[in-house]
Design a protein. Structure first.
Ligand SMILES: NC(=O)c1ccc[n+]([C@@H]2O[C@H](COP(=O)([O-])OP(=O)(O)OC[C@H]3O[C@@H](n4cnc5c(N)ncnc54)[C@H](OP(=O)(O)O)[C@@H]3O)[C@@H](O)[C@H]2O)c1
Length: 248
């Protein structure tokens, strides 16, 4: 029976690329999205063209009930889960003095709370087949100041802390938990940044590796973290930024 991977937010961007790479490597894929149905169906078609199965599930991962029904559907369809990539993200980009409670809650629910409650459900499925891997996608705003990024940065810091806690408590179920944090990547997400041009210019000019991070750089690191070679890496956030965060 084929292995199964869930990638939240795999209708586009980084999540889609991870889903396709996993499909290439033989996984059947659960494609999750919140709003972009057409894009999610396109991802599923590309997965099927690679000869793998794709289950498309619309679920806002900020809503625990939606998380529960998504995992029920995964259990009914595949009866197993081997890899969970916690990629979906959203968030309100505003200066601190303009942040409201609803902005905070929205951002924390989707970016942080979702990892805890998806990981609980994922662990229940993974332990049926003897273990698995969980990788979350984070960003540099978790550890350094980025303009307008307070809510998202703090939500990603919580995600990285939760990664450490999960890695300890899920180890007994043979589940390996880590995160990958990326520098700026030119996806649709960046269009929602009021200072998109400034961010891309900075990444171009100030990345020691000489170019901005590409989606594939994130994909390679995720694939390494779910491989046997990463078995002893636990609770870590691997920074994929070409060295940008080493400079001021
Ligand atoms: N782009 C960057 O510069 C950058 C840098 C570092 C880290 N990252 C991280 O990389 C990950 C992917 O980002 P991206 O740039 O690929 O973003 P993106 O192109 O905006 O894609 C985001 C994906 O998440 C889904 N999504 C959003 N809210 C959701 C929700 N509540 N429930 C389920 N799915 C939801 C979207 O689906 P719908 O369209 O259906 O809502 C979409 O598939 C994120 O965790 C992000 O923080 C991005």
């Amino acid at each position: 029976m084929s292995k199964v991977a869930l990638v939240t937010g795999s209708s586009r961007g980084v999540g889609k690329a991870i889903a396709l790479k996993l499909a290439e490597q033989g996984y059947d894929i659960v494609v999750n999205y919140a709003r972009s149905k057409t894009a999610a169906l396109e991802t599923a078609e590309e997965i099927q063209a690679l000869g793998r199965k794709a289950l498309v599930v619309k679920a806002n991962v900020g809503d625990i009930e939606k998380i529960k029904s998504m995992f029920e559907e995964i259990d009914q369809t595949f009866g197993r889960l081997d890899v969970f990539i916690n990629n979906a993200a959203s968030g309100v980009q505003r200066p601190i003095m303009e942040l409201e409670e609803k902005h905070w809650d929205w951002t924390m629910d989707i970016n942080s709370k979702a990892l805890l409650f998806c990981a609980q459900e994922a662990a229940r499925l993974m332990e049926k087949t003897g273990g698995g891997s969980i990788v979350s996608i984070s960003s540099l705003g978790a550890i350094r100041y980025l303009k307008n990024y307070t809510a998202v940065g703090v939500s990603k810091a919580a995600l990285e802390a939760l990664t450490r806690y999960l890695s300890v408590e899920l180890a007994e179920k043979n589940i390996v938990v880590n995160a990958v944090s990326g520098g700026a990547i030119d996806t649709e997400a960046l269009k929602h940044f009021p200072n998109r041009d400034e961010i891309l210019e900075d990444a171009k000019e100030n990345t020691p590796a000489g170019r901005i991070v590409e989606i594939e750089d994130m994909v390679h690191t995720v694939m390494f973290l779910i491989s046997e070679g990463a078995y002893m890496i636990r609770g870590q956030t691997i920074i994929v930024d070409g060295g940008r965060s080493l400079l001021v």
